[in-house]
Design a protein around this ligand. Structure first.
Ligand code: SF4
Length: 414
């Protein structure tokens, strides 16, 4: 019998070689996935319940109440989306257009600027399959995939044999880690680990650009010009190089221009690509879908046929300035992830959640709508961290609706 493979939606790597075993209609065993993936695919510890004002409600009533809140709000925000299928994201954009809502996603405070630069062709990128087949120099900058995306090194970037890298990682690939601490990934990189102080990334980016331009590269911390040139030369000699950009690098940069300049320089003297280490399984899909509709990747406001964009449309600014009077949160838990001083503003407005799990946000919500878990209970498509669209199917049957269908039903009530 032919083995059936499934896709794991545990992170932006969307591993497509997952095997499962079922018992009484439930996933009892998951093969090939990492622990993080197994946890995601075996369902939430505490599934969300259908509730209105913290009282049990029917799905029908919850959908009608959610639509009423959005219709009556003067300035609603729709937020989340990184853990939603692409169809759900498209439906959420339709709901935002219909209700003149703000629309923002989690990339707004993580990999957004990098994905934006890639979509605008300001940074050269490649696919993970190309990395597997061709890459000889891999840089993990401000990233620790050994923990954040546990199969990143083994499935695509460092350990696997590829078409042009047949001799495996020890002979055919050089892995470099640049980080503020010795992470598990840094340990794998051995003497190619370059430890830098917090907030020193921009200085090192500029120093490497200078080194590659024939200037003496200097930094204010304890890294000698010789050591920087040694690193610059390793990058320069790459036949196919890739920088895997983690949040450590993104958070330390006020703007990404120093990174863009280094990538430009690297591509004058070498052959380099960049892949953002996207965390949530379809955050990149949200960026692509909104970009296709509006030309922006996040932080927009729909008003009739007009689209406004800017930092003032970010969920953080909207809550901080109390601009919004209702929130639809999809597959996200801002009460846990946003700073407390910002998240507490959600307590003062009606919140609707659509989520498979019982989260702090869903517990505080006026309307909590349970959704099927994408990947295990419902299928769809998503965009992998490298921009490749991946289709996935459900592993088990459920009576819970997918987020895409819930949003379609809300749209029908508007
Ligand atoms: Fe799932 Fe990510 Fe682990 Fe792959 S690396 S199995 S996508 S959690």
């Amino acid at each position: 019998m032919e083995t059936e493979y499934y896709v794991c939606t545990g992170c932006g790597l969307l591993c497509d070689d997952i095997e499962i075993e079922l018992e009484n209609g439930k996933v009892s065993k998951v093969n090939n996935a990492c622990l993080k993936g197994v946890a995601r695919l075996k369902k939430c510890d505490r599934p969300a319940e259908c509730r209105i004002n913290n009282e049990p409600a029917t799905l029908e009533a919850a959908i009608i109440e959610a639509a009423r809140i959005l219709k009556e709000a003067k300035s609603p925000v729709i937020f989340g989306m990184g853990n939603s299928t692409s169809q759900a994201q498209k439906n959420a954009i339709e709901v935002a257009k219909k209700t003149d809502a703000y629309f923002d996603d989690t990339s707004s405070f993580c990999q957004g600027p990098i994905v934006e630069a890639i979509l605008e062709s300001r940074i050269r990128t490649c696919t993970l399959d190309e990395v597997k087949d061709k890459a000889d120099v891999i840089v993990y900058w401000g990233a620790d995939p050994s923990n954040s995306h546990p199969r990143h090194l083994s499935k695509y970037t460092y350990f696997p044999r590829g078409k042009e890298r047949q001799r495996g990682w020890e002979e055919d690939r050089t892995a470099i880690c640049i980080d503020v601490r010795k992470s598990d990934t840094a340990t794998i990189c051995g003497d190619k680990f370059y430890q830098i102080p917090p907030q020193a990334d921009e200085e090192l980016l500029n120093a490497l650009t200078n080194g590659l331009s024939g200037k003496v590269p200097k930094v204010s911390f304890g890294m000698s010009p010789k050591k920087i040139l040694e690193l610059a030369n390793m990058l320069k000699k790459a036949e196919f190089g890739v920088i895997c950009v983690g949040l450590g690098l993104v958070y330390s940069l006020e703007e990404i221009e120093p990174l863009v300049r280094l990538m430009d320089k690297l591509n004058e003297v070498s052959n380099f690509h960049l892949i953002p280490m996207v965390g949530q399984y379809n955050m990149r899909g949200s960026n692509h879908n909104l970009h296709g509709e509006t030309g922006y990747i996040n932080r927009v406001k729909f008003t009739g046929d007009d689209v406004e964009h800017g930092p003032h449309c970010s969920v953080v600014e909207l809550l901080r300035k109390r601009t919004v009077d209702a929130a639809l949160i999809i597959g996200s838990d801002p009460m846990s992830s946003l700073p407390g001083s910002i998240a507490k503003e959600l307590l003062d407005i009606p919140v609707i959640t659509i989520d498979p799990c019982n989260t702090l946000t869903s517990r505080k919500a006026k309307v909590s709508i349970p959704a099927a878990t994408a990947g295990s209970e419902c299928g769809g498509t998503a965009v992998r961290m490298d921009g490749v669209e991946v289709e996935f199917k459900a592993m088990i049957e459920t009576d819970r609706m997918c987020d895409a269908e819930i949003l379609e039903r809300i749209m029908g009530e508007l």
